[in-house]
Design a protein around this ligand. Structure first.
Ligand SMILES: Cc1cc2nc3c(=O)[nH]c(=O)nc-3n(C[C@H](O)[C@H](O)[C@H](O)COP(=O)(O)OP(=O)(O)OC[C@H]3O[C@@H](n4cnc5c(N)ncnc54)[C@H](O)[C@@H]3O)c2cc1C
Length: 462
């Protein structure tokens, strides 16, 4: 197979799927009440929450590519209720009381999001399939039981443990040893979601400028000016919805998150015989329970999307089109797919791409401001942003309008995450921790390093 070199707009199944409309770039001088940088989920939800809170708000969005150019157009499209990346991690990082609150917030947040899709007739192929977590080793069964018990303790009572037979009846994979099914959440087409949000934002008077990279943000009296190559826009405040790219505009934030690249391959449509061979009648999005897990789902036209959370860090906090492909990751993805479903024989994967995620040490987003409150930001979804960006947009909109919100009491809003070390230590630390975590995934006990990180509250192996 020749190495993948296509630009993301052709290599990514969602982006390549159909022609899309785009807005004009920012040229000349403009003004707005509030300017949002980034037309991904965060930027668009923030704009929509702003217009809901204050219909007269004058909002403009400036995007370097086209809407959905970033992670929002490249993800797996698996909508989960979690905003904390798992109940046990939430308890470890924030304590039981807040974990309980996050669990119920996550549920309400996903319901609000899907309610918005219905009330604004956004057709993004959303299927309420639920989510299935699968155990590949006996040890994972204990993890699933612990997750279910922890969830129940926090008031989440709808998770169902599945036996080996039950989970294999659902999806015919001989590697499965058991499962945990959450009937909530589902799968969607993320680019159709972005397009729908953009359409509603435009209809509410939000201006969107595309293909306009913000090169600098400067103070302008009590407000700000954002500058692109051919234009500038003055506003009272700027809101950054720039996720893994945020350090390009606010370099000091690189201590608070690490940009990683996740990679995905998408198959040709399965034939009816291939579908029969694997079952998957209920079409749930699946993830296994390793630290570096595989996640997968069916698309509307019955392709398999197969992704890996074994994300790649590129030295110096690298983010950009040069990292959009990794042949090593694609090889590994194709071979893990074949191990899971040998009955399918040779399946071609005509789409393959990567996208940047923004990881924090506590796996949840964080919020803050710069330039004396003229610039506010929210980022750090750690690969789980489809639902959480809706909540983050609400937080950012309240902050931008100086409105009070109960959400401001959340620790994840009040407290920044424990920082990552700077380079050159950063690259070294990522390698060491990844190696140690891979050993745990292979069935070994957590090393001293991982136990030390756990004790500091920044570990992954708990
Ligand atoms: C491969 C992959 C799989 C994933 N799978 C899932 C999943 O199944 N479920 C889930 O919940 N989450 C998933 N995620 C995570 C999810 O996609 C993200 O958390 C979410 O999209 C973040 O949205 P965002 O708007 O904050 O960031 P982005 O979508 O990255 O948006 C940031 C935008 O800012 C723009 N921008 C940046 N800098 C500038 C600048 N200087 N000037 C102008 N514009 C700028 C970018 O072009 C981009 O469009 C996945 C992510 C990846 C990469």
């Amino acid at each position: 197979m020749p190495p993948e070199t296509r630009p993301i707009e052709q290599a990514c199944y969602w982006l390549a799927a159909r022609p899309r409309s785009e807005s004009a770039p920012l040229e000349g001088r403009h003004e707005a009440g509030l300017v949002i940088v980034g037309a991904g989920f965060t930027g668009l939800w923030t704009a929509l929450h702003l217009k809901r809170l204050d219909p007269s708000a004058d909002v403009a969005i400036v995007e370097q590519g086209i809407a959905a150019y970033g992670a929002s157009g490249r993800n797996a499209g698996m909508l989960a209720e979690t905003i904390d990346h798992g109940h046990e991690l939430a308890v470890a990082h924030f304590g039981e009381e807040e974990a309980r609150r996050l669990a119920s917030l996550g549920r309400d947040n996903a319901a609000e999001l899907t309610g918005f899709l219905e009330s604004h007739t956004i057709d993004c192929d959303f299927e309420r399939t639920g989510q299935l977590h699968v155990a590949l080793h006996d040890r994972h069964l204990e993890d699933l039981r612990a997750t279910e018990e922890c969830a129940r303790g926090l008031g989440v009572t709808n998770l169902r443990l599945l036996s080996r037979e039950e989970v294999r009846a659902e999806i015919h994979c001989e590697l499965y040893q058991g499962g945990l099914f959450n009937p909530n959440g589902g799968v969607l087409d993320p680019v159709k979601l972005v397009d729908g949000l953009r359409r509603v934002a435009l209809a509410h008077g939000v201006r969107v400028f595309e293909r306009s990279q913000v090169k600098a943000i400067a103070n302008d009296g009590a407000g700000v000016v954002v500058r692109t190559k051919f234009g500038e826009l003055r506003a009272k405040r700027a809101i950054l919805g720039t996720s893994a790219y945020t350090h390009h505009l606010l370099p000091h934030l690189r201590h608070r998150f690490i940009p990683f690249y996740d990679y995905i391959v998408v198959s040709e449509p399965l034939t009816p015989a291939q579908k029969d061979a694997i079952g998957w009648k209920n079409r749930a999005g699946v993830a296994d329970v390793r630290t570096f897990f595989k996640y997968y789902r069916l698309t509307k036209d019955d392709r398999v999307l197969w992704g890996t959370s074994e994300a790649k860090y590129y030295a110096g906090n690298g983010v950009g089109p040069q990292f959009d492909h990794s042949e090593a990751q694609y090889d590994e993805l194709r071979s893990s797919f074949a191990q899971h479903f040998p009955a399918l024989g040779k399946v071609e994967f005509p789409y393959a791409w990567g996208g940047p995620i923004d990881a924090t040490t506590r796996f949840t987003p964080f919020f803050g401001s710069a330039r004396g409150g003229r610039v506010i930001y929210g980022l750090g979804y750690t690969g789980h942003g489809i639902g959480t960006t809706h909540l983050a947009g609400k937080i950012l909109a309240h902050k931008a309008l100086d409105r009070r919100s109960d959400l401001f009491d959340l620790q994840l809003v009040k407290k920044p995450p424990f920082p990552y070390p700077p380079e050159p230590l950063r690259g070294l630390a990522v390698n060491l921790v990844s190696k140690a975590l891979r050993r745990v995934d292979a069935g070994h006990k957590p090393s001293l390093l991982l136990r030390a990180l756990d004790a500091l509250g920044i570990g992954l192996s708990s």
